[in-house]
Design a protein around this ligand. Structure first.
Ligand SMILES: *Cc1c(COP(=O)(O)O)cnc(C)c1O
Length: 342
């Protein structure tokens, strides 16, 4: 399998780096002594939590927004989370109108976040499907250009720029742990990393409940899974039954997909807070959860790295985890445990 899958290649990632420079930050790659001691080799954290929107999704969004022709009416998307924030921010930087379609169930804080970044919030209906209907209407009737969250060549190439920066800073990285949802991040990172260093292992990590990409790779085609509440809420959602790119890239380029439990994510959030002194959302720490749980049989010997993908989390929930309290996730209780410094 050559890393030119689906017509995308390293050249697209290098072009994306040019297109997003000045909008997305070149983020630090820092060592974690605690995780290095657990692994027995260097362990590095790529701090995408330091992006101006608080998440890596700015890279893909900025690359897609950069390709919108001059004079276009604007862009539209219907993500309630990090993608919506990033599209709003990248469009505002280009002076373009950005409409984020949301359902009325979305919390007020998320709407305020999008407005604060310069986007417009369009609230319609009671589900994500209703929001998508409105986005499709805006494309047809007002000529807005839709920016998809993961299944798009420009988005995938933008996310791949993370791997360029990581391997430039540390060419000796042997294994990359990549949080996995729709697979735009894992596809871009694996494509770029393997083009630069074919021997590198790239392992996708998801939560063990509602992991659509993992289920789809096992089935051999995109499948739907039931969405359930998770501490890694940014990893929820499907991959699309009509998936064009991210599914085949993840299937072909990932060396393994590992699933972690809510309890393992809880412990990893504590570890990153108490040991590395960092605040990151649940989706960010699934790779660390897999390491601490001893689930990384597919890793290569040598330095390992993961991407702290975002920091947009519910701070009330986070405070409970830091305190070691039980956490309720839509009826499922994640049993608390206090962190002891070792
Ligand atoms: C979107 C997201 C991911 C997963 O990215 P995909 O491209 O959908 O696989 C991981 N972490 C955070 C914080 C995200 O917002």
């Amino acid at each position: 399998m050559t890393p030119q899958a689906a017509g995308l290649s390293l050249a697209d990632v290098l072009a994306a780096r040019q297109a997003i420079s000045g909008i997305a930050a070149r983020t630090p790659l820092v060592p974690s002594p605690y995780l290095a001691a657990k692994l027995g080799a260097d362990f590095l954290l790529k701090l995408e939590i330091a992006q101006p929107t608080g998440a890596f999704k700015l890279r893909g969004a900025a690359n897609a927004v950069a390709s919108v022709p001059e004079g276009a009416a604007g862009v539209v998307c219907c993500s309630t989370g990090n993608h919506g924030r990033s599209v709003a921010y990248a469009a505002a930087r280009r002076g373009l109108r950005a409409v984020v379609c949301l359902s009325s169930l979305v919390p007020e804080a998320k709407v305020a976040g999008i407005l604060g970044l310069g986007g417009e919030a369009r609230i319609t209906g009671h589900s994500q499907d209703d929001a998508q209907v409105e986005a499709t209407r805006l494309v047809a009737e007002e000529g807005l250009i839709e920016i998809p969250p993961f299944d798009d060549p420009r988005v995938i190439a933008g996310q791949g720029t993370i791997a360029l920066e990581m391997l430039e800073a540390r060419p000796d990285i042997a294994t990359l742990l990549v949080p996995l949802s729709g697979g735009g991040l894992a596809a871009g990172v694996a494509l770029a990393a393997k083009a630069i260093k074919p021997a590198i292992r790239v392992i996708g990590i998801s939560m063990d409940r509602g992991a659509a990409m993992a289920a789809s790779i096992s089935a051999g085609h995109p499948v739907e899974v039931r969405e359930v509440a998770s501490l890694a809420d940014s990893l929820g959602g499907g991959i699309g039954l009509e998936n064009r790119l991210s599914f085949s890239l993840c299937r072909d380029l990932l060396d393994a997909v590992v699933l972690v439990t809510e309890e393992e994510i809880y412990r990893a959030l504590q570890a990153v807070f108490y040991q590395d002194r960092l605040v990151a959302e649940g989706a960010s720490v699934v790779g660390i959860a897999a390491l601490l749980a001893g689930k990384l049989d597919a890793a290569a010997p040598g330095p390992m790295a993961t991407i702290l993908t975002g920091r947009n989390l519910d701070m009330g929930l986070f405070a409970r985890i830091v305190a070691g309290a039980d956490v309720d996730l839509d009826g499922k209780t994640v049993k608390g445990a206090s962190w002891r410094m070792k």
